[in-house]
Design a protein around this ligand. Structure first.
Ligand code: COA
Length: 415
């Protein structure tokens, strides 16, 4: 079956996590992704957080499926000749070097356009134009600068970063959308363009609801769905809301049977208004259905803590999965707190290809997260990540290089 991005060729200059997330998605949709790595070294993540000596790390293998790898010293004049040919034959160059690195290499936007006016140049940077544009940035810096850390955690504790890699992988997903949009526009303009996704911007986009709440707070000095209401104090910035849902339907994380020994024996419970009656029946508190202090969402807001304490008495008598079964029968929105161990073993995620087992020549079998976006006419087959420089000869031959030329480049350590 054909793939959505068949025929699109990507010059992949990405490393670490944000850029590789983007190009992996494009590869899963069928693009030919040629990852260009420093000769002899490769993407730094190949050697980071290794669990098996001398074997590409899971960090690398899980972010670079379905790509081809070539090694190339792009600072060497001979290497630049190869790179020029690649630029002429690719549709998109994706990079997430530190600010200015591509220019220092000699590949300004103008130079790339000279070589290939149809080329789309897509970049992840830590910050967009402004005071921090020259800064190097990693995941947690973006979470802090994009508003996630100040709004995550509990009121009486410090800012907290989240385990979801919203700065790196989150930005990679944003960049991928920018790239396919630019490819689409190129159909009518015939021209390439620059695509920029800054990590601060992407995190802020994902924290959009918190900027909503900032403005609500500015206007009314209170956020009634937040745990600080009604007894705590509000300052002038959106506070950390613990496990509050933050939306119009109050929610909280509640203990389930076994919580004393299992750190994940919890359930997220949402007191959605339309099923309030069902919630009261399930927990055996039917008087709350008509009691004016509890009958309406507005009446419940100042009593949320007491309400969740009462619901928790019920959830603590059930395992999280028993609670799920019962609550789902009544359409009460809830979700078990799943550990990574449970997710790794979950059969339904294996069946949909969201969790996949991949075989690797030096590592053996490992688990990975497959393509979370399913296209009915472009199914994803997850293929193992390439070894360093595994496709150098193959790609050079496709570009028209002869055996002896390849031999020369190898002898000069350009590839
Ligand atoms: N051949 C020769 N040189 C190469 C090369 C190749 N194939 N590929 C890269 N290089 C060079 C670059 O030109 C650069 O050289 P320069 O500093 O002399 O100009 C150098 O390798 C290193 O690049 P850099 O991006 O600065 O790596 P770093 O390890 O110092 O920094 C980051 C890493 C992630 C902090 C930085 O790349 C960054 O801020 N990126 C943008 C934001 C981002 O994506 N962050 C999240 C990463 S998950």
């Amino acid at each position: 079956m054909s793939k959505a991005l068949d025929g699109v060729r990507i010059l992949d200059f990405t490393h670490v996590q944000s850029g590789p997330t983007c190009t992996q998605l494009l590869a899963w949709f069928g693009a030919d992704v040629i990852k260009v790595e420093k000769a002899g070294e490769g993407d730094a993540t190949r050697g980071q957080l290794r669990d098996i000596p001398d074997v590409d790390s899971l960090y690398f293998t899980m972010l670079n499926h379905n790509k081809r790898s070539i090694t190339l010293d792009t600072k060497n004049p001979k290497g630049k000749e190869v790179l020029n040919t690649l630029i002429k034959t690719c549709d998109v160059l994706v990079e997430n070097f530190a600010p200015g690195a591509l220019d220092r290499m000699g590949y300004t936007w103008e130079r790339i356009q000279e070589l290939n006016p149809r080329m789309i140049v897509a970049s992840v940077k830590g910050f967009g134009p402004g005071p921090y544009e020259d800064c190097k940035v990693y995941e947690n810096v973006a979470q802090c600068a994009g508003g996630a850390a100040s709004t995550t955690g509990f009121d009486d504790g410090p800012p907290v970063v989240t385990g979801a890699q919203i700065g790196d992988s989150g930005t990679g997903v944003h960049l991928a959308l920018g790239i396919v949009s630019a490819l689409y526009q190129r159909n009518s303009t015939g021209r390439g363009q620059k695509v920029l996704a800054s990590m601060q911007d992407a995190v802020l986009n994902l924290c959009r609801v918190k900027l909503r709440d900032q403005q609500r707070l500015d206007r009314t000095q209170v956020l009634k769905e937040y745990p600080q209401y009604p007894d705590g104090k509000f300052g002038d910035a959106v506070p950390r809301a613990g496990n509050a849902s933050g939306g119009g339907q109050p929610g909280w994380i509640l203990k389930c049977k076994g919580w004393e020994t299992d750190p994940n024996a919890y359930i997220y419970f949402i007191t959605q208004a339309p099923v309030w009656g069902a919630i009261c029946k399930v927990i055996g508190q039917e008087d709350w259905i008509t009691d004016p202090d509890y009958a309406s969402p507005t009446a419940r807001l100042p009593r949320l803590k007491a309400i969740f304490d009462r619901i928790e008495q019920w959830t603590m008598s059930k395992t999280k999965f028993e609670a799920m079964d019962i609550l789902n029968k009544f359409d009460i929105p809830c979700g078990p707190i799943l550990s990574m161990k449970e997710i790794a073993q979950e059969p339904s995620l294996r069946e949909t290809g969201t969790v996949v087992e991949v075989d690797h020549p030096t590592r053996g079998k490992y688990l990975s997260v497959g393509n979370p976006i399913k296209l009915s006419d472009s199914p994803t087959e997850v293929l193992r990540s390439p070894l360093l420089g595994e496709h150098t000869e193959e790609v050079l031959k496709q570009l028209g290089y002869r055996e002896d030329q390849i031999h020369e480049l190898r002898a000069a350590k350009v590839i």
